[in-house]
Ligand binder design. Structure first.
Ligand SMILES: NC(=O)c1ccc[n+]([C@@H]2O[C@H](COP(=O)([O-])OP(=O)(O)OC[C@H]3O[C@@H](n4cnc5c(N)ncnc54)[C@H](O)[C@@H]3O)[C@@H](O)[C@H]2O)c1
Length: 350
């Protein structure tokens, strides 16, 4: 099969720094050029030997273009994506795909009507820390999972660009939350019954500069997801509890630590001193009753996203990032906004 021709719309951090650069580096797709509304970005691309279209119409009317990747601020996705689909182009859109589930439904409908492949760049499904958790989750080695915690903590505040502005779809829930929710829902396939979210506004009162979010599932399991931008000491990246063991990933660079309970009962628990008191309940387990080990970090190539997208165009595969999965994430984010506004758990119907 011939390589597909790609045009990247938006030559900023992600469009220029990832999509265009990786297209050249990986050679899976052929980068025809870029389009950006900012002439300075077009000049920058040209200075790097990349063709820059003068207008979006020029991109859409170029019959050579197979795929358009849209990497621009979130509130502008809808217009660029639907016009590309109407012009018969296959489209990859950056996350969060849309400003609402309603908007996203219209995009999906437009793709179907025009017989085009359309997917969302949920690249963090290839994060190695997440893949380690997924491996443990699916292996059953820590039993039935009842609690999953996923945190990302930084200490630089929210970026001072469009991410700090509501009208552009700013805020950390839409920025990082969309990834962490997507990861969690790759594990928990059971029905969601409720969502609770509390936004943090440390310096930004227009959008959240952090949030704490719970997703509740019908079997009693819960996923806790948090992003913070004022965490000068970060809490561990991931923590997962099953009824037979626990998993911890302290940092995205570290291996997953697993502790599995071999024997529930211990004959003689020796009380330990904690603070000003003694406890047996909280005494650490000994090596007779638990196995402790680390698992190797899985290997992954995030460019499989593009390989899969091209295979789908050729009718050789199904999309990895499917529209019903993206819709589920959009609806959880909407429920999170509602929950923060109401200050209560919001019921979720599936
Ligand atoms: N998947 C990821 O890991 C990841 C990481 C970062 C950003 N993103 C997403 O990528 C998108 C872009 O983010 P960014 O960090 O690259 O932003 P950015 O501000 O660095 O770049 C955006 C670019 O889009 C251009 N632009 C704005 N409106 C346009 C329009 N209507 N048509 C054409 N060009 C337009 C701007 O001139 C700018 O060059 C966002 O949706 C963001 O959430 C995803």
């Amino acid at each position: 099969m011939e390589k597909k021709n790609l045009v990247v719309v938006g030559y900023g951090g992600m469009g220029g720094g990832y999509h265009a650069a990786k297209a050249i580096e990986k050679g899976v797709v052929n980068l025809l050029g870029i389009y950006d509304i900012d002439p300075a970005k077009s000049e920058l691309a040209r200075s790097r030997g990349i063709f820059a279209y003068d207008t979006y119409e020029d991109v859409l009317s170029d019959d050579r273009v197979d795929i358009i990747t849209v990497a621009i601020p979130n509130d502008r996705h809808f217009e660029r994506v639907t016009r590309a689909l109407e012009a018969g182009k296959h489209v990859i859109c950056e996350k969060p795909v849309a400003m609402s589930s309603e908007e996203y439904a219209k995009m999906v409908e437009c793709a179907e009507k025009n017989n085009c492949v359309f997917s969302v760049h949920q690249n963090r499904r290839w994060d190695v820390d997440f893949l380690a958790m997924k491996q443990i989750y699916n292996s059953g080695e820590i039993g039935k999972i009842f609690n999953y915690e996923s945190r990302i903590h930084g200490s630089r505040g929210i970026p001072s660009d469009w991410r700090g502005e509501k009208e552009h779809g700013g805020g950390m829930l839409l920025d990082w939350g969309v990834h962490l929710i997507d990861q969690a829902l790759q594990l928990f396939k059971q029905k969601i019954t409720g969502v609770y979210c509390k936004f943090i506004h440390t310096t930004n009162f227009e959008v959240d500069d952090g949030y704490k979010l719970y997703i509740y599932f019908e079997d009693g399991a819960q996923a806790y997801i948090e992003t913070g931008t004022f965490n000068f000491i970060a809490l561990p990246r991931m923590y997962m509890q099953g009824d037979k063991g626990t998993t911890l990933i302290t940092d995205w660079r570290e291996k997953a630590k697993v502790t599995v309970c071999k024997h529930w009962h211990e004959s003689d628990v020796i009380p330990v001193q904690t603070g000003a008191g003694l406890t047996k309940t909280m005494a650490p387990r000994d090596s007779i009753t638990v196995d402790e080990y680390e698992i190797e970090r899985p290997t992954a190539d995030v460019y499989d996203f593009y390989r899969n997208f091209c295979d789908v165009i050729d009718g050789k595969a199904e999309l990895i990032v499917k529209s019903d999965e993206v819709m589920r994430v959009m609806k959880v984010m909407e429920a999170a906004f509602k929950s923060d506004e109401l200050g209560q758990v919001v019921a979720f119907e599936e």
